[in-house]
Design a protein. Structure first.
Length: 276
């Protein structure tokens, strides 16, 4: 079995701690971080690691574990904080983010002992990895799930749709893709660059079962992320807010990649905790 499953209230508290950790990491590293896309992922990652996925902290290479591929690698703050919450990453490693010789850098580098399943940075690669893992699992008569977390802007990449066609053709029901649909990417809004307004219909047309959900609603996420089909891959389109939880970062693409100063950190903590 994986981590002890926790209820919605506990996941809500986990998400709050994750956001505070994201702020702490960003301040401590004294350089720019991808705050906005990490904050939009928090509930998704909290529900996956706190409620849905099966894994063993004491045996991180357990063959029957569920896998999570963070294809939008710049959202790594959401991944690292989830892994720290469930016990994969110790505080000593956590404190070393973006420091020399650290295991934890700006994009994930595969380290199974820390629960990091893949190296990601160049967008559009994670779903292809997931197809390979899912196909191998089927051939080896394994029943674990492969979760792949992607960005909506990432769906501009042609490799995403090549992998989507393959997953459908191979009837890989053990894949669940989760789209962080926050409507912003590095160069602007997704509507200005390549529209994602029909994103769900696109995935359906490629043969996937699609669920749309509020990506910050814990009970709804718990329900849809636990769903999978025997023969049809599943896509969860999670509507999120970039920079969620910090009032001056929400829907503000300045915080796609930016440095958090001490003054901004203090303001962000006040926003997060609701203090005046």
């Amino acid at each position: 079995m994986g981590a002890e499953k926790i209820d919605d209230i506990q996941i809500e508290m986990m998400a709050l701690r994750m956001r505070k950790r994201i702020l702490d990491m960003s301040l401590r590293c004294e350089g720019p971080t991808h705050l906005g896309g990490g904050l939009s992922l928090v509930e998704i990652m909290a529900v996956l690691y706190g409620s849905v996925m099966n894994f063993q902290i004491e045996n991180p290479r357990w063959a029957d574990r569920d896998r999570c591929i963070l294809s939008k690698g710049h959202g790594v703050l959401g991944l690292y904080t989830a892994l720290a919450e469930v016990g994969f990453i110790e505080e000593e490693d956590f404190q070393s983010f973006k420091q020399n010789d650290s295991h934890l850098i700006s994009h994930p580098v595969m380290n199974l002992d820390l629960g990091i399943e893949s190296s990601n940075g160049s967008l559009g690669q994670g779903l292809s990895m997931a197809v390979g893992l899912a196909w191998a699992a089927r051939r080896n008569s394994k029943n674990h799930s492969i979760y792949v977390v992607m960005g909506d802007g990432e769906c501009n990449e042609g490799s995403v749709w090549e992998a989507a066609m393959s997953a459908s053709q191979l009837k890989l029901g053990n894949i669940v893709s989760v789209i962080d649909h926050n409507g912003l990417q590095s160069d602007g809004s997704t509507e200005e660059i390549i529209s994602t307004s029909q994103l769900s219909d696109k995935w359906r047309s490629f043969g996937w079962k699609v669920h749309e959900v509020d990506g910050h609603e814990i009970s709804a996420l718990r329900s849809v992320l636990a769903m999978r089909s025997d023969t049809q891959p599943t896509c969860v389109v999670a509507r999120t807010i970039k920079g969620k939880g910090i009032d001056f970062m929400e829907d503000n693409n300045v915080w796609h990649h930016n440095r958090l100063t001490q003054t901004m950190y203090e303001r962000a903590v006040l926003s997060l905790t609701g203090s005046n």
